[in-house]
Design a protein around this ligand. Sequence first.
Ligand code: ADP
Ligand code: MG
Length: 617
Amino acid sequence: MADIIELLPDSVANQIAAGEVIQRPASIIKELLENSIDAGADHVKIIIKDAGKTLVQVIDNGIGMSETDARMAFERHATSKIKTSEDLFQIRTKGFRGEALASIVSIAQVDLKTRQPEMETGTQLKMAASQVDSQEPVSCQVGTNFAVRNLFFNVPARRKFLKSNTTEFKHIVNEFQRVAMAHPEVEMELFHNDNLVFNLTKGNIKQRLIQLFGKSMNQNLNRIETTTSIISVSGYIGKPEYARKTTGEQFFFINNRYMRHPYFHRAIIKAYEGLLPPESYPAYFLYFEADPSSIDINIHPTKTEIKFEDERAIYQIIHAAVREAIGKANIGPTLDFETQGVVDIPVLTNGTDVKQPEIPINPNFNPFETGNKNQSGGGSGGSGTYKHEKSSIPSNWQDLYAAARSEDEFYQSKLNLDATTEETTETLAGGLEYFQVKGKYIITNVKSGMLIVNQRRAHERILYEEILRSNQNAENLSQKTLYPEKINLSSADYELIKELMEDMEKAGFEFSDLTNDTIVVQGVPAFINDQPIVQVIETFLENFKQTEFSNFDSLAGKMAASMAAASALPYGRKLHTEEMRDIVDKLFSCNEPNYTPRGKKTLKIISMPEMEQLLEN
Ligand code: ADP
Ligand code: MG
């Protein structure tokens, strides 16, 4: 039989490689921006049309390229950044694989103009689908000007997979922010469809964070700074009371490169333990400096996940440093740092056994104790009760008792439960008694034994079906807010809201104004009750972004599930008999009473024989 193996033509090989490097317009932004920074630019202008689908242009004032290099740059594995394999362990540049430009030019039309400072004229190179269309001298500014047009024009299957402009632009903003945060010394402008979206001037890291995330950052950040023999960490962490229901302000950088690191993330979350309301995320912007030979940036094609030599030690360093930064700011009067002296940051060499630093914390301390009550009108998103449940006998148990009593009164008045209603419940007792356990479970008698219902999950199921039903029947669930509520969002969340707005309005939200990352809410779905609107919206967005919510086949389903989870009764919410009855009744009239929309069990019936068995000798 004849030989059948052939080498792929470069253009095909590049297209395949491009699949890994260039997923969407945002990937082009990332690669071009990083190249500009590697080229020493201190001013970069980015021009985008149609969320990058039509045009991504990056103009820098870096070192430019010679005529030959301009052509070479588009070859696969062509790089000026490393020469030998040893260099791989000393990488200080963003790029080094020499893949980006070859990938980009295999799936788009590229127009490059570049000039080196010492040259009088520059070079213009036009290419498309890995083919050179023309190369000629041109008069242009010093630096490099890349215009990438019509991404995936020759791979329609991939073009089809691009998401809406709002989503693609959101990805662009994310990439832009990551580079911008790592390089506050570089001026950066971003134009989208002729609008100036960001105009970042030179400054320090804090100034850059404020330019990107808003003025409120100023009061909400604590400085962090630690140097050890294996790594140095600097940057800022958000104060606990600033923690948000959505992610989007958590960033790690290693040697000025953005990285993801779930394990180090846990070190931070652990440091905040006991200081945050449930399901909220502290902001952090941590910059690590480490010897490039102690890290491996090679493990992921888009290079956001990075492996360190001594991750356990670094975990401890981060944990201790964050703890210290929280304590320093005197957030917790009960975090007794004074008597402890300075937190001991371990200085470790490889292989040293690491012990968890011990910092005594009052487990009952909760910075939200007072703030929350006014905010949510007494019923409370309830971190109060919930938190305290964890420790067996809180030192301030008398206060808690008082709080519980006033909460009782609150429900009493809310439900208008006068003496007669109480009586009715009494007389009905025997079949319809309800009992709440630990602010989490509802227990009642059923024919076959005892029914245990998880109150939050049950409510999630009920709301989910309610939202879907009202969507179908075009019912209006909306209820005007007392006063318009202004909510400030991150750019990414803002874009997401804009995308979901129509469906959110169907679910009962009313928005009156959307500008500059701020939304004004005029109406909310009635089922939101007395929960703080900001919290519901932030949790909803967070849910919507999470993967476990992504396996809903329709947008409406995913919306409904995310919304239901965001507005379901919190644990710790004390329920009156009437409310418990209502939940149980409604749950059993659902189509799928047994599970939440995300497949978690809502209820369990313990049959008489099971109960008997439990207590058998
Ligand atoms: P890498 O960045 O991994 O080296 P790229 O494909 O991104 O690979 O770029 C190839 C080469 O082109 C770079 O090594 C650099 O020499 C040159 N280059 C790319 N962009 C620029 C730029 N904006 N200014 C100057 N040189 C550039
Ligand atoms: Mg590069």
